[in-house]
Each structure stands twice: as C-alpha cells, then as structure tokens.
Design a protein around this ligand. Structure first.
Ligand SMILES: Cc1cc2nc3c(=O)[nH]c(=O)nc-3n(C[C@H](O)[C@H](O)[C@H](O)COP(=O)(O)O)c2cc1C
Length: 203
C-alpha cells in the first residue's frame, strides 16, 4: 500500500522559524517518498489554541451516553473531533519543542482532549489499562535549546519519555523520536537541524 493518512501536529510558539516544524516537515516528506499517495492533515495546536479542559468538558466526558444533554454534547464537540481525527490517521507526526523542560501546554491540552475513557483507553477486568488507539506509527520531531541525549541531559527531558509513556498508554506503542537539539549551543546549533533531518529513517 503506497498511501498513508498522516496527521501532523505542530506545537511551536516560534512561528515559521520553528525547528520542530521543519524537522516534522522533513519527516512528512520522507513518509511521502515511501508512500507517495499519502494524504496529509495538519493541526497546529498553538494556532488552533486548544483550550484547557474545563469542569464542563470533564463532566461531559464522564456522563453516560444515555444521560447526555445538548450542553454535554456541545462541551464534547472539540474532543470528539480531535479523537476522530486521531483514529482516522495511520501515522502521527508530532512537532514537540522542549519548553521549560516539557511539552508546550497546547500539546498537553490536545492530549487531555484525546484521552477519553471507553473511547481511547479502558481497563480490563484485572484493572490493567488498555489503549484503544492501536495500529498507528508515531514520529516525534523534538527540538531543544540544550542537549538531552547524554546521560546528564536525559533526566531533564520530560518531552520524549512523557510522550512515549502517555501515547503508549493510549495504545500508540510504535514510537520513534528524531531530535534537533543543542539549538542554543554555539557551534552545535549550526548543524543541529541538518543532523536531525539526516537521522530520519522511515520504517
Ligand atoms: C519559553 C521557552 C522555554 C524554553 N525552555 C527550554 C528548556 O527548558 N530547555 C531547552 O533546552 N530549551 C528550551 N527552550 C528552547 C527551545 O526548545 C528551542 O527554542 C526550540 O527551537 C523550540 O522549538 P521550535 O523552534 O520548534 O519552536 C525554550 C524556548 C522557549 C521559547
């Protein structure tokens, strides 16, 4: 099959200069080289200004189907749309800048909206969590001012381990990270993006 549905999510606050966006674009290009008839859908969670979960949204998420009202359905509209968009893709490409050691809050808000008990995750009879968003490939395009791949840096990276853990919880266990790192480190910054792009392998 030479066609994949790609969902590219961007979460940079640096506009078109964004390194994670450019790295993510390179990932998308390489996916398209492998699957030329792929269809790309893009979601910029900063531009879209994905809102934080509100008490109304949370309440609606836990309202049983038969008790829904116009208000609870309205409160779930965005979440329902984001969940559908996620289920509809084969490959997820997430641009994830490291902001104050973790993901940007708009990307976290997106995660909060796609985390739906009974829809994207559940528990088996033994209480073990089961992720229902299976069969997807996830590529993360991570960018950072510092370097987080060495032993010293690893413990301060709350982007890649968090995304791997949480998306895995939702069933997205096929997870690969490519990095443009050291973007604020003299000399290293000159080649950081190129190095990240050259490391891309589409499996
Ligand atoms: C508000 C803010 C906080 C940041 N915090 C960190 C940080 O904690 N560690 C780090 O290595 N880089 C940090 N950076 C640098 C970004 O990771 C770097 O600028 C990266 O290029 C951002 O990704 P983007 O170009 O895709 O927006 C921060 C940048 C901003 C704007």
């Amino acid at each position: 099959m030479n066609s994949k549905r790609i969902l590219q999510i961007n979460s940079s606050i640096l506009g078109e200069k964004s390194y994670s966006k450019r790295l993510g674009n390179a990932i998308v290009e390489k996916i398209k080289e492998k699957y030329p008839n792929s269809i790309l859908e893009q979601l910029d969670v900063v531009e879209r200004n994905i809102p934080h979960l509100t008490p109304e949204t949370l309440n609606a998420m836990f309202t049983p189907e038969e008790e829904h009202t116009d208000e609870t359905r309205q409160a779930l509209q965005l979440s329902d749309k984001l969940v559908k968009q996620l289920f509809d893709c084969d490959i997820l490409v997430i641009g994830a800048p490291l902001i104050n050691r973790t993901i940007h809050s708009s990307l976290k808000a997106w995660i909060d909206h796609i985390t739906r008990r009974g829809i994207t995750f559940g528990y088996n009879s033994a209480g073990i969590p089961i992720g229902f968003v299976s069969g997807k490939k996830v590529y993360v395009a991570m960018s950072s001012g510092g370097i987080y791949t060495d032993e010293q840096g690893k413990e301060h990276d709350f982007v890649a381990p968090y995304l791997k853990s949480f998306l895995g919880f939702l069933g997205m266990t096929d997870f690969t990270v490519f990095k443009a790192e050291g973007l604020h480190v003299p000399i290293i910054q000159d080649t950081a993006l190129e190095k990240g792009i050259n490391s891309i392998v589409i499996d």
